[in-house]
Write a protein that binds this ligand. Structure first.
Ligand code: BMA
Length: 329
């Protein structure tokens, strides 16, 4: 048994692996949990992140409006499944008005470090880069400097300092629908200046693992275990019908997390359900958050479906680690 290091979440409505299920990840039986129109002006609510908060859960949600502007909104839930999402986007405060200018914001992640909840997202600043902000209460958000110059996406923090440094994964990109992309880890003493950049892993060239041959990007905040950091990420294949987004996982060294110990050769989840294969961008599962129960090793994965709605899936730390060890690249 691998142990998750973290909090207990006995009140999540966990669902066990269905009899006969072959895959290491299984879907909540009433997916999707959030539909397109569950907010005043939304066209779609998808790549979004949640954390335990007070006696329930809270999160930041990517809602694209019916004019198709991308922004992030706070949502609350008692049970992790039924969510109420605010109608007004997060209003960031901060020291420098230059950084507060909004172009677009999407694909948020939330990471609790000590008593702060950090939000990272893809932030338009003359091209996509990584926006960073923190909050204590999900009412007041203080925006910090962008972590990097453009172009970059999928900025995901580790949930504690490692060897005295905050660490963030990111995926250098281009201005468009990037046809390449590898994951790097960058380090910072203060959440402002990022350096000591280390290559973690890249798109896999070759048909041993073609589902991740175009690009990859970090998904949820990594889960700390007694075997290393458990990372769930997305991998992309280019087909004659466009990109297909699937999910994989990796186990990272606990002290030098750019060192990959295992990495799934086979995907752990693929778009196969109608709500994952049909929508504004078909054939996309895009994980942005997990909730993990230290007592039982259960993991809930929140993921965007076809850039339209939000899904929930379940697994356990042992399922993912044994699947990875059996099928490691
Ligand atoms: C990526 C991002 C995601 C999106 C995915 C599939 O480049 O823009 O927000 O879910 O493409 O369209």
């Amino acid at each position: 048994m691998t142990k998750i290091i973290g909090t207990s979440l006995p009140n999540m409505p966990w669902q066990d692996k269905p009899a006969g299920e072959k895959m290491p990840v299984w879907r909540y039986d009433a997916n999707p949990i959030i539909g397109r129109y569950e907010q005043k002006r939304s066209n779609s609510i998808f790549n979004s992140a949640v954390v335990p908060f007070e006696d329930g859960y809270i999160g930041v949600f990517r809602c694209d409006s019916r004019s198709i502007s991308m922004d992030i909104f706070v949502g609350r839930s008692k049970d992790g499944i039924n969510w109420t999402i605010e109608d007004e986007p997060v209003k960031f405060e901060g020291a420098d008005p230059e950084i507060l200018k909004r172009e677009y914001r999407y694909d948020p992640r939330v990471c609790k470090i000590d008593d702060r909840y950090y939000v990272t997202w893809c932030n338009g600043y003359h091209g996509p880069t990584i926006g960073v902000a923190y909050t204590y209460d999900f009412k007041k958000f203080i925006q910090l400097e962008n972590a990097f110059i453009p172009f970059n996406r999928n900025g995901v923090l580790f949930p504690r300092k490692i060897n005295g440094y905050y660490m963030m994964m990111s995926r250098p990109s281009d201005t468009g629908h990037t046809p390449f992309g590898d994951i790097f880890v960058s380090q910072s003493k203060d959440m402002e200046f990022w350096g000591h950049h280390r290559y973690m892993m890249g798109a896999y060239k070759g048909d041993a693992s073609a589902w991740q041959s175009t690009k990859i990007g970090a998904g949820p905040v990594p889960i700390e275990t007694d075997e290393g950091w458990l990372l769930i990420y997305h991998g992309v294949l280019t087909t004659c019908n466009g990109y297909v987004y699937r999910m994989g996982c990796a186990l990272l060294d606990i002290d030098e997390p750019w060192k990959v110990k295992y990495r799934s050769k086979d995907y752990i989840m693929a778009p196969i359900m109608p709500y994952e294969c049909m929508g504004d961008v078909p054939n996309v599962v895009f994980p942005c958050a997990t909730l993990a129960d230290a007592d039982t090793g259960r993991i809930a994965i929140y993921y965007g479906c076809a850039d339209s709605v939000t899904g929930l899936a379940f697994t356990t730390v042992d399922e993912l680690i044994s699947y990875m060890k059996e099928n490691s690249l």
